[in-house]
Design a protein around this ligand. Structure first.
Ligand code: 1HN
Length: 349
């Protein structure tokens, strides 16, 4: 026989909750549906950071603090739904970093993986475990987990790039370690381009041992090569309805993603193209390398132009519409989700 709730049952339940709380218990049934939602739930909101705002604020920061003093002079792109948490999605960090002529960002290493996508300027370098790579607009550069890295700008113009890190993932696992290098700048042990020569030409040294573990041995993917590849592809076949021509940066030793936690992509969309709606469980950060257009993210519309950054949260349908030919760099936590068997996508969703 089904029991009829007694009028004082509610009060008795509250009484139980109060008692057990002191002993670090809580009733699952009060939060069950919040814990197990039917579909992805995130506080991450669709948002855009316009270059017309980013650049002057970065330059103002450049007048107020040195790279050395700041360690890294970065403006964090804070998701408006998660302010104060230093993240752009629940699993990823994004920031814009400025290094002025003559400055050095001192050497250190950490277990968080980092990527750079160069936005503006030439003449700066980043060094990873003894090798320097010059930074040019559109270059995609990796700092693998636990590798020594420093940046410097011996050139004559400010250099700005987008930093992407897996900080919240490492925070969730509490697997963060950090160590400063004993000197400001690490010594150089290989010539520029050594990694690209060894691993970046569909060739590899005999007995090659992955120098960066699960991360690609190529730490710099120059824009000249990715752009040329996209242009060639666009002449050779039709664009995908949801993505245009979209490529993933890979680890040449495995064929898998270039970074173990972060997926990195570059896509070309022709002028006047409108993509079919697409959604996936990997909330994605987009950096506009070239072109102008509009994006609809979960029904919210944003106009974008060169050097803008925007974010599409997990499972929000994305539609892109181009006014000009566009090249977009993007990154997400897709490899982490795939490794755990969690990733889902829906085309035309
Ligand atoms: C970091 O070490 C760098 O090395 C950039 O350039 C951004 C954001 C949060 C924590 C560490 C860098 C970072 C960072």
């Amino acid at each position: 026989m089904a029991s009829v709730p007694k009028p004082d049952l509610g009060a008795a339940r509250q009484d139980l909750y109060r008692k057990i709380e002191k002993h670090n218990f809580a009733p699952l049934w009060e939060v069950y549906h919040e814990l197990i939602p039917d579909q992805p739930v995130t506080r991450c909101k669709p948002a855009i950071w316009k270059w017309a705002d980013s650049r002057p604020y970065l330059m103002e920061a450049g007048r107020l603090i040195t790279a050395k003093e700041a360690l890294r002079r970065v403006l964090v792109l804070q998701n408006p739904g998660m302010r104060g948490e230093s993240c752009i999605t629940q699993s990823l960090f994004a920031g814009l970093q400025l290094i002025l002529p003559g400055e050095v960002a001192p050497s250190h290493r950490h277990t968080q993986s980092a990527l750079r996508f160069v936005v503006e300027g030439t003449g700066a370098y980043t060094a990873v475990d003894g090798e320097r790579s010059m930074m040019n607009p559109g270059d995609f550069i990796i700092t693998p987990s636990w590798t020594w890295h420093d940046h410097g700008n011996p050139g004559s113009e400010p250099v700005i790039w987008l930093d992407g890190l897996d900080l919240p993932i490492l925070r969730a696992f509490a697997a963060q370690f950090h160590e400063p290098y004993p000197e400001e700048v690490q010594p150089i042990s290989r010539g520029e381009g050594a990694s690209l020569a060894r691993y970046g030409n569909n060739l590899k040294p005999l007995g090659a041992v992955a120098p960066f573990g699960k991360t690609s041995p190529i730490f710099s993917y120059p824009y000249s090569r990715s752009r040329e590849t996209l242009s060639k592809l666009a002449k050779e076949g039709d664009p995908d309805a949801c993505h245009g021509w979209k490529l993933e940066f890979t680890n040449p030793l495995t064929g898998g993603p270039a970074m173990p936690t972060i997926g990195t992509f570059i896509q070309l969309l022709p002028k006047g193209f409108r993509t079919s709606p697409y959604r996936s469980t990997d909330g994605t950060v987009f950096q506009v390398a070239e072109g102008k257009g509009k994006v609809s993210i979960g029904g919210e519309e944003f106009s974008f132009g060169p050097k803008d950054t925007f974010v599409a949260p997990s499972w929000h349908p994305v539609t892109l519409e181009t006014k000009e030919e566009c090249v977009l760099f993007s990154y997400s936590d897709r490899p982490a989700q795939l490794a755990l068997g969690l990733w889902r996508e829906q085309r035309d969703g």
